[in-house]
Design a protein around this ligand. Structure first.
Ligand SMILES: NC(=O)c1ccc[n+]([C@@H]2O[C@H](COP(=O)([O-])OP(=O)(O)OC[C@H]3O[C@@H](n4cnc5c(N)ncnc54)[C@H](OP(=O)(O)O)[C@@H]3O)[C@@H](O)[C@H]2O)c1
Length: 358
């Protein structure tokens, strides 16, 4: 028997993570979803969206006070800032605004799920203890995830809801205009290599090519959100969630080259940010020739994020033992994931033909 009807408000519903969460919950008969973002949703969805600026308390009050029957809040909103310290305030303000207004408006609110990530473990700083476990010691703040988690922990009883935190790593899903999107970095880089007739080289550090690493299919995060909201033992706990398929780019990259039908060659470290800076005309030519959706080049991929991920010349692995012990069974073979997601991006006319499995 399905659980009683649940209604989830997904903050950041237009983002690379949020939209996959909405798309998953939309497949479930007993869930309703409402997305929150400033922009109109940029993907096919049947869920209503509320255009709201979560940084503006008055706007949140005005737009969310009418949502009186939410049972769940899924928090996947994110405000980028140029320094770790500057991330704290805006990302705390947005969370506080949505939690405090929604718990007042929706007396049946019962669960809040926070999306975190590897920064909890210091994976952005350098080699860290791997496989990372949820109870590993914190690094020296600032770290906005700590403030967000501590806030939920301290407010849950008073608010009458429980909380869980999910910790994915580099999310693979479709979105444009977002700061962190590995899938689009790989797909657009491959399309440009093909167009220019140059090999598809791994552009990162030699150590990053060989290190043990991981990604998280955004669809798995959607499944984990459903699981965390309905599994009683997930209340008050944080969980790593990845594909549960550790990999090394040295094995995956040649397969990607084969899938994309681009010649491959040895890795060569260079900055995608720097070398993509003059490729707007190349991308526009690809878009025009193949009748792709006209996403502007400066929104289609976040090159700095590619440089960051391909620059991690140390093991980057989270243990997923805890979430499995609590009963979550989601996971996917990473090569299969890339195949499925790139096939879909070609079908959706986001990437040119040829950027799909042969
Ligand atoms: N992407 C990854 O690889 C990755 C990996 C691990 C962890 N995470 C974590 O997952 C969380 C979500 O990240 P993401 O990459 O999915 O982010 P994202 O793609 O940039 O999406 C962020 C969302 O927040 C919304 N938003 C931002 N400011 C807002 C505001 N003032 N008012 C209303 N909505 C606002 C954006 O919508 P509009 O712009 O339309 O308003 C967008 O829907 C973050 O905590 C991130 O650190 C991400």
């Amino acid at each position: 028997m399905p659980d009683t009807t649940r209604k989830a408000v997904v903050a950041g519903g237009n983002g690379v993570t949020g939209r996959a969460i909405i798309q998953h919950l939309e497949t479930l008969p007993c869930w309703e979803t409402v997305g929150l973002s400033r922009r109109e949703p940029e993907f096919g969805t049947n869920s209503p969206f509320v255009a709201v600026d979560l940084l503006d308390r008055h706007d949140v009050e005005e737009k969310l006070s009418g949502i009186t029957d939410a049972t769940d809040l899924v928090y996947a909103a994110y405000q980028p800032r140029p320094s770790w310290a500057e991330l704290v305030e805006p990302n705390m303000v947005m969370l506080r605004n949505v939690v405090e207004i929604l718990e007042k408006a929706s007396p049946k609110l019962r669960h809040v799920t926070l999306i975190q990530g590897g920064k909890v473990y210091g994976s952005h700083l350098g080699p860290y203890r791997t496989p990372a476990r949820e109870d590993d010691s914190r690094h020296l703040p600032p770290e906005f995830y700590y403030d967000q988690e501590d806030y939920l922990r301290s407010r849950a009883d008073e608010g009458g809801w429980t909380w869980s935190a999910l910790r994915p790593d580099a999310i693979a899903g479709f979105a444009v205009g977002t700061p962190m999107n590995l899938l689009m970095v790989i797909g657009v880089y491959a399309a440009i290599c093909r167009e220019l007739g140059v090999p598809f080289r791994f552009p990162g550090k030699p150590g990053a090519y060989r290190a043990l690493t991981q990604v998280t299919d955004a669809r798995i995060v959607g499944q984990a959100v459903e699981w965390a909201a309905t599994e009683p033992s997930a209340a008050g706990e944080a969980f790593n969630v990845t594909n549960s398929d550790p990999m090394r780019w040295e094995h995956v990259w040649p397969q990607l080259a084969e899938h994309f039908r681009v010649p491959r060659a040895d890795p060569l470290p260079f900055s995608l940010t720097e070398f993509m800076a003059d490729k707007t005309a190349v991308w526009n030519r690809i878009v025009e020739r193949h009748g792709l959706r006209p996403y502007p080049f400066d929104r289609v991929a976040s090159w700095w994020f590619g440089d960051f991920v391909f620059g991690m010349d140390y093991d980057n692995i989270f243990s997923t033992a805890k979430i499995r012990q609590h009963g979550f069974t989601g996971g996917i073979d990473t090569e299969r994931m890339f195949t499925e997601l790139f096939t879909e991006l070609v079908k959706q006319r986001v990437l040119p033909p040829g950027i799909e499995p042969s």
